[in-house]
Structure formats: structure tokens, C-alpha cells
Design a protein around this ligand. Sequence first.
Ligand SMILES: Nc1ncnc2c1ncn2[C@@H]1O[C@H](COP(=O)(O)OP(=O)(O)OP(=O)(O)O)[C@@H](O)[C@H]1O
Ligand SMILES: Cc1ncc(C[n+]2csc(CCOP(=O)(O)O)c2C)c(N)n1
Ligand SMILES: [Mg+2]
Ligand SMILES: [Mg+2]
Ligand SMILES: [Mg+2]
Length: 291
Amino acid sequence: MDERAALALLADRLPAVGDDAAVVDGLVVTTDMLHEATDFPEGTTRETAGWRALGASLSDVAAMGADPVCAVAAYAAPGFDPAEIGAFLDGATGVCEAVDCEYVGGDLDEHDEFTVASTAVGRTDDPVRRAGARVGDAVCVTGTLGRSAAAFRLFEAGETARANDLYRFVPRVDAGRSLAPHATAMMDSSDGLARSLHQLAEASDVGFAVEYDALPVDDGVRAVARDAVDERALATTFGEDYELVVTLPEEALEATREAVDCGLTRVGVVTDSGVEMDGAALADEGWTHGR
Ligand SMILES: Nc1ncnc2c1ncn2[C@@H]1O[C@H](COP(=O)(O)OP(=O)(O)OP(=O)(O)O)[C@@H](O)[C@H]1O
Ligand SMILES: Cc1ncc(C[n+]2csc(CCOP(=O)(O)O)c2C)c(N)n1
Ligand SMILES: [Mg+2]
Ligand SMILES: [Mg+2]
Ligand SMILES: [Mg+2]
């Protein structure tokens, strides 16, 4: 059974699941596990790992339009090296400070594979869910797409300093907050734009029509892409972008765009059904654990 089948099984039993974070009594809560084999390519520093792990959970808080309150993380490694733990804490506290969140605790464990499990809590009276997109809404993305894909290629090429810089992303908390009053649906693009559109489409019972030329493809992607097909894959299916994918009424677009600090790009429109790019079906491709 792959991750998606397993998630469907969980959703059948737990009514609270199915969004980027669960909503409980004015709070949102979300957790993620990252580990060396899939999430931290060779050359990833412990500081970057701490930043990225907490960033992944803060990104889910942002995707609900919530204000981060606090975060914790469990750190497991084959041994406890003081320099490594110090660097991890620098990264964990660094990303939390960047979005005005308090890093307040965690757990230490000994484990063969370096692994971090992070949890973040946020606050909102009006969470933005994945369900709610309406036919005719604009669909937009924050920032740029494919930055992590570009970093991954740089790690492969041994250009670890630049790769680490690109890997330390700022979770889109400010953008989420600005988008929330107008957004009809929102999620973060941790599994790539293509999968995100499919997930929003399913949750909202709608479709999407987007244009590749409209996508804010990161300059780093253009620099590492082998050809046009590769560029498309890095920008749409590689994943780990941690940008926000959001739907909102066309008339709210202008004002919202000005309020979003990291850039907001209209990439297409909400339709009745089907997820299309440039008029052809866009496959539901992206990273899936347990394949
Ligand atoms: N072990 C689990 N027990 C209960 N619910 C789970 C479990 N794993 C995932 N879920 C729930 O399934 C839903 C989808 O999880 P998923 O990890 O795909 O979301 P995500 O946080 O947006 O993605 P990512 O892991 O890329 O950050 C979430 O609502 C999550 O709480
Ligand atoms: C060959 C290759 N290497 C790396 C990646 C990047 N990547 C995107 S999503 C993901 C896991 C996220 O897990 P989770 O969704 O649980 O946070 C990873 C590792 C890729 N797409 N292809
Ligand atoms: Mg998410
Ligand atoms: Mg998550
Ligand atoms: Mg997950």
C-alpha cells in the first residue's frame, strides 16, 4: 500500500484529517517527519535540516492562514555530537524566529538514521481549508516553483553551500495571513504543484485549468534543467516547494497581490472538473512514500 492509499484509510477513521493541519478550538496543529534517506541529501547541514524540518510544519500552519504559536521537534541521530545539536537548534530556532514563532521543546532519541519529527501549533478563528474553491475563482501560487528541485540538483553536483542556502526557505506565514480573508481554498505545495492541484480539486470537488507559461518558475530551475521537459518536471512535480497554492475570487486578486510580500502569481482558473495544463490533462504526479 502506498502513502495515498494509507492516507485514505486514515481519513475514513479520523474526521479531523485531510487538511494541512487539524483545527481544534481556535488552534491548528500539524506534524511532519523528515529523515536522511529521502529528505536530507548528502551535504545537507544540521542547521539546514533543523530549519527545513520546522519549516515544513510551519508551512502547513501558513497554509491554514494561521498565526504560528509554538513548535517542538524530536531529533534522532546515531550519536549526540554537540556541534551537530547546536547547528540543528540554530536552524530550528532560526526558522521559527523568521515567522515569529517560539521553538519551545522536543525530544532526543538515538536512531541509526538521522530523523526529525516536528510539530507546530498555530492560531486562527477562520482557518482556510482545502475545500471551498469555486468555479471561476483564480488559482494562484506564492513565490517561485522548483527552488528545492534546483537545490537537489546542486547537492548532487556537490555545490553544497548554494544548495543549503536554497534549502532554507521562509514558510509563507505572512502571505497566508494576507491571503486568508479572501482565499476560498488553500494548501502548501509540499508535494509539488501538480499533486496540490489534484488535492485541492478533490477536496473542493472542482477542476483546474492552468498555463505552464504563467508559472513563476524559479531561476534556479532554469539554471539546472537539462531540457524543457526536465524543467517542467522540476517546476510541477518534484515537490517540496513549500509555496501556497490558493484560490480566490478574481475581484480580490489585485488588492491581495499587493499585500503578499513574496509575490503572488495567477496561474489559472477553477473549472468544473479535471486538472489541465495548457489544455491537456495534468497527471497527478509527485513524490509518494511507500511506492
Ligand atoms: N499517521 C497519521 N495518523 C493520522 N492522520 C494522519 C497520519 N498521517 C497523515 N495524517 C493526516 O493525513 C492528512 C494528509 O497528510 P499529508 O502528510 O499528506 O499532509 P501535508 O502535511 O500537507 O503533507 P506533507 O507531509 O508533505 O507536509 C493530514 O490531515 C494528516 O493529519
Ligand atoms: C528523486 C527525488 N528526490 C527527492 C524529491 C523531493 N521530494 C519531494 S516530496 C518528498 C518527500 C516529502 O515527504 P512529505 O510529503 O512526507 O513531507 C521529496 C523527498 C523528489 N521529488 N524526487
Ligand atoms: Mg501541507
Ligand atoms: Mg506536513
Ligand atoms: Mg506528510
